[in-house]
Each structure stands twice: as structure tokens, then as C-alpha cells.
Design a protein around this ligand. Structure first.
Ligand code: N01
Length: 550
């Protein structure tokens, strides 16, 4: 077998995996398990993906630790001890590294390696990947595990390079950390990253100014140490709990399914329910209060108003409270944030909120920020919590094409097209993990990763067992799925929000609702049914390279 380390011949693989995060690592484990030669290529200098890059202060998962973890090994899930209800970034990264060592995954991860292009040779039936450093890799299959929120984006502000202080993006945080003690700090963006970071920076900075374009709903996380009894009970029923999670829309167990419609419940009782969920903490529980919160605006208004009133009661300055109270989208239609002391932070004398919806940021100056009105703010440091080119960014950065003339960037020009979020028509033998058209980002991500990778492994295994070597979705199956994804989204309130789910945070990006919001449970059943029917909607074939050449 040629090896790129000692010859210029391309490395030959069964499966090349792009990404060394939670998805890429599980893909190594699972695909190795069916006897395939695999290797993952990771741009970072360490494994962990999202949890490697997003090291901003306060970064932690908003799904409970006992849920947000791999389920594929009972021993692993029994052995690992999560210290808190929600895992911090360092704790999750430690867990990922433990998994890599425990399952001997590192030997098949190549770090500091960014894939620049992936070309499918229609005749040879092989993918050739090229790295930024010029290395070539050939593989029968490609698994794109490059992440949905892995292309950090700083808005194209005029003058940004002229800023004399230091600036940071939450998704590219320095490994050595940043000490804001005594500094005047500006934070731009109030999504999940901003909401987690702002209370921590406020404790350090001399003065913190937050620039908010859209007020976001945030619920209290109620984080705390993992109770021993809670952990013991959960671990005693782990397998059953994981199975139960598969039967839910968010792939998260432990929350009884709602049974009532919001407006069928008397107001006093409804408020009591919201109050109890607010006290319990967490977002799933709140959105699970009633059956119709994400489909009926009238129903949603009751849950939205409850949180707005909480904000009004927590934030002392009425003007700041009103600015923080979201009014332009129903609760849950943008990613619901979880926080610790977010709203209370605005009661600190060193914290100021500036609304930039009506008075947008015009430019970054050498000393700070200038708004359209001419108002200026001076800073020693600026933090961009401005998000990512979500869901399609990472794949569009790679030049994915085929010798038959298909180009992924062109195919997705009007928005991403996939079948089941798993494959793209015209791009044989290329699988995508939790991509657009899949429910991944709307679920407990690790559950979706395992479900996707298991499906992919089974599909490759099926091909091998039937002496087949090519799979791709039919254009019709792809169009039908995209239509279904849109139809489901249109039957909900989700499209009412300008969210990254819609590509709305990137100027010029097509406004298409990208995730599948029909629920993990429904999606998994559909994927299983497709496989059981001999991969319905896919065309499977045997490609005879020798015959094709003659
Ligand atoms: O990014 P975002 P994020 N001028 O896109 C603002 C996951 N995550 O990194 O809403 C001014 O949500 C933008 O304003 P607007 C989670 O899935 C999870 O916070 O577009 N402001 C918005 O306020 C999350 O949803 C966890 O009007 C500008 C902010 O920047 C996803 O990652 C933690 C602007 C961007 O918010 C992304 O979250 C962190 C401009 N020109 C992240 N451009 C947990 O598990 C953008 N903004 C807890």
C-alpha cells in the first residue's frame, strides 16, 4: 500500500473522512468495525471539532451531559463521570480525547490538514482529495463530517483591520485564553455564544458594551454539580433511556411528551407550568410544555410573553429590559439560548447594552466602533460572537466536483439539496453527516451523529455484500426530500425567524430553511425504511472500472 509519507503516490483508503470532531471520530470507530481502511483529516491541531475551537469564556453545552455523550459503548457511558449537569468546553474536550485514546482512534486522524478539494472520477469510481499542503488521498468513499457550525464568520465591517486593540471570534478563541481584567471590551452578537460569554467577561472587564442586533430568548440553565443519586439512577437505566430518546423529536429523553394544546389549558395553570419549567432550567422542557408551541403563533405568544415578563422582572432599567425582550420572532424559532445570569448581568454598573438594529454598526475604527448615527465607542478589545456560515459553509469551502461535470457549489447555489441530508445527487459515494436536510442541528447532536454514521456504515456494508460499489440518490428522491423538508418547515413557526437555520445571518446566502424539523424520531424511521426497502430513492450499481476504460 503506497504511503504519502514516503512516496508521492496518493494514499489509498476505503473511506476518507473530512473532520476529526465527534462525527469524524465515531466514523473512524464504526467504519473500522466493518473492516474498512479509513483516515480522518482534521484542520485543527487537535481533535474535537466544535469543542476544540470554541474556547470562549463560559462555553458549555446546552444539552445535559448524561444525554450529550456517545451511546455506542455501554462501558464508556458507565465509566465516564460528568461533574456537572451541563458539560463545560474543557470537560467535553477531555471526554473526546478520552474516547479517542480508549478506542485507539488517533492513529487514523491526521491533524493540521485542511482538505481543499474532493474530485470524484466517474470512470475510476474513486474520490481524490487534496490537502492544503498538496497531499493527495484516494478513497472509494468520502464521509463529510466537517461540522455545521465550523466556518466562523466576522461580518465584513469596514475598517476592521485598522482596530488597534485585540479582536477575537468566539469560534477561533486563543488556546492560552484571554484576560480582560481592567479592559474596555465590546461584544458584538447575542446568540448562544454571546449569551454564555457576556456574564463572564462582565466580571473581568472594566467596562463591557454589548452590541445587540436581535434580542434572543434565553432560559436559565440551572447548572450545578451532578447529583450522585441522579447519576446513579440515570446510569442504571442508560440503555433504556437512550432507546427512549430515539423516540423523541429532539433525541433527548427524560421529558414527558406534551399532551395538551396550549390554549386548551386555563391561563393560571399555564403560567404555573411555565413557572415550573423556568425553575427546572433547560430549553427542551420549556418547549415541551404543550403540543403546539412551535406550530401555533397564538400558543407561542403565551410562552414568549412569559419569558419577556421574566426579563422585565430581572433587568432593573426598563429601557434595557425592553431592548432585551425579543419581539420579532416566536420563542424557539431561533436557537433558544441557555444562560447563567445573562439578564442579571445588565444590572451591573460596568455593562451597557446598545441596540444596533435601528442604528447599525457602520465601521470599526482604530479605537473602537462607530454606529450609523455617528455615535462612537472606544475599546481595548473587541469580541465577535457573530456566528458561523452554518450548515453549508464547511462543504462549500471545499471544491467538491466530479469528472462528469457536477460542482457542489453550483448544485447548492439556490440552497442545499440533499436526500435525507445524507447524500447529494450527482456526487456518488459521498456521504454527509448531520448536514442540511437532516434534523442534526435540531437534536442532541451526538445521537444524530451516531444514527447517521450507523446508516452510512450499513449502506457501505450492504454495497460490499452485494458486490456493488456505487451509491447515489436519484434526482427525484432528492427533490422530493427537499420539498418535504420545506413543507414540514412551512407547517411550523420556524420560518418566521431570521435565523442561521435560514441562512439569514449571512448577507447574500439563499434564504432556505436547511434543517429537517419533522423530528429525529420520524427521520430515523424514514432512514430505516429506506434502507429496508433496498435503499429506496438511491441508485446502487456495480462499476467496472476496467470496462469503463475500454
Ligand atoms: O452565533 P449566532 P453563535 N451586526 O449566529 C449577531 C451553537 N452554539 O455563535 O440575530 C450586529 O447564533 C447576530 O445578530 P442577528 C448553537 O446552535 C451552541 O452565538 O443575526 N450583530 C447574533 O446575535 C447556536 O445557535 C452553544 O440579528 C451581528 C450573533 O451575532 C450556534 O452555535 C453555544 C452582525 C450571532 O449569533 C451559533 O451560535 C454556542 C452584525 N453585522 C453556540 N452579524 C451551546 O451549546 C451577526 N450579528 C450552549
Amino acid at each position: 500500500m503506497p504511503d504519502a509519507s514516503n512516496s508521492s503516490a496518493p494514499r489509498q483508503l476505503d473511506v476518507a473522512i473530512v473532520g476529526g470532531g465527534l462525527a469524524g471520530l465515531y466514523a473512524i470507530h464504526r467504519l473500522r468495525g466493518i473492516g474498512l481502511k479509513v483516515r480522518a483529516y482534521e484542520a485543527g491541531s487537535g481533535i474535537g471539532g466544535t469543542w476544540f475551537w470554541n474556547r470562549y469564556p463560559g462555553a458549555r453545552c446546552d444539552v445535559e451531559s448524561l444525554e450529550y455523550s456517545y451511546s455506542f459503548s455501554e462501558e464508556l457511558q458507565q465509566d465516564w463521570k460528568w461533574p456537572e449537569r451541563y458539560g463545560t468546553q474543557p470537560e467535553i474536550l477531555k471526554y473526546i480525547n478520552h474516547v479517542a485514546d480508549r478506542f485507539d482512534l488517533r492513529r487514523d486522524v491526521q491533524l493540521d490538514t485542511r482538505i481543499k478539494s474532493a474530485v470524484f472520477d466517474d470512470k475510476a469510481n474513486r474520490w481524490t482529495l487534496k490537502t492544503e499542503a498538496g497531499e493527495e488521498i484516494q478513497a472509494r468513499y468520502v464521509v463529510m463530517a466537517a461540522g455545521n457550525l465550523s466556518t466562523p464568520r466576522v461580518p465584513d465591517f469596514k475598517g476592521i483591520q485598522s482596530f488597534k486593540g485585540k479582536w477575537y471570534h468566539t469560534g477561533l478563541w486563543p488556546h492560552e485564553g484571554v484576560d480582560f481584567t481592567g479592559k474596555r471590551v465590546g461584544v458584538i452578537g447575542t446568540g448562544s455564544s454571546g449569551v454564555q460569554m457576556i456574564p463572564i467577561i462582565a466580571q473581568q472587564a472594566r467596562q463591557l458594551t454589548v452590541f445587540q442586533r436581535t434580542a434572543n430568548f434565553s432560559l436559565p440553565a440551572r447548572n450545578g454539580p451532578m447529583g450522585e443519586e441522579k447519576e446513579r439512577r440515570h446510569k442504571a437505566e442508560y440503555a433504556a433511556r437512550r432507546a427512549a430518546a430515539m423516540e423523541t423529536p429532539f433525541a433527548i429523553g427524560g421529558h414527558p411528551k406534551p399532551t395538551q394544546k396550549t390554549l386548551d389549558v386555563p391561563e393560571a395553570e399555564r403560567l404555573e407550568t411555565y413557572e415550573a419549567k423556568w425553575a427546572e432550567g433547560g430549553s427542551i422542557s420549556y418547549l415541551y410544555s404543550y403540543t403546539d408551541l412551535l406550530v401555533s403563533k397564538e400558543a407561542n405568544d403565551t410562552a414568549s410573553e412569559f419569558v419577556r415578563n421574566k426579563i422585565r422582572s430581572m433587568v432593573k432599567d426598563p429601557k434595557t429590559a425592553e431592548l432585551l425582550a425579543p419581539k420579532d420572532h416566536p420563542i424557539g424559532t431561533k436557537r433558544l439560548c441557555l444562560d447563567t445570569n445573562y439578564y442579571e448581568t445588565y444590572n451591573r454598573p460596568n455593562v451597557t447594552l446598545v441596540g444596533v438594529r435601528s442604528d447599525p454598526i457602520q465601521e470599526i475604527t482604530p479605537t473602537g466602533v462607530k454606529l450609523a448615527s455617528g455615535a462612537t465607542y472606544e475599546f481595548d478589545a473587541l469580541v465577535f460572537a457573530t456566528g458561523f456560515d452554518a450548515m453549508t459553509g464547511a462543504l462549500k469551502e471545499i471544491d467538491v466536483r466530479t469528472t462528469a461535470g457536477a460542482v457542489l457549489r453550483d448544485h447548492w447555489e439556490g440552497g442545499p439539496l440533499t436526500y435525507l441530508g445524507l447524500m447529494v445527487s450527482g456526487f456518488p459515494n459521498m456521504f454527509v453527516v448531520t448536514g442540511p436536510g437532516s434534523p442534526g442541528v435540531k437534536t442532541q447532536m451526538i445521537a444524530s451523529i451516531e444514527q447517521h454514521v450507523d446508516w452510512i456504515a450499513d449502506a457501505i456494508d450492504h454495497l460490499g455484500k452485494h458486490q456493488l460499489d456505487r451509491i447515489e440518490p436519484t434526482p427525484k428522491a432528492e427533490m422530493d426530500w427537499v420539498h418535504h423538508v420545506n413543507q414540514v418547515a412551512d407547517s411550523t413557526l420556524y420560518p418566521l425567524a431570521n435565523s442561521w437555520y435560514m441562512g439569514a445571518n449571512i448577507p447574500g446566502k439563499p434564504r432556505v430553511f436547511m434543517p429537517y424539523v419533522g423530528g429525529f424520531d420520524r427521520y430515523k424511521k424514514q432512514c430505516d425504511a429506506v434502507a429496508a426497502k433496498g435503499y429506496e430513492g438511491f441508485s446502487l450499481s456495480r462499476h467496472d472500472a476496467a470496462a469503463a476504460r475500454s
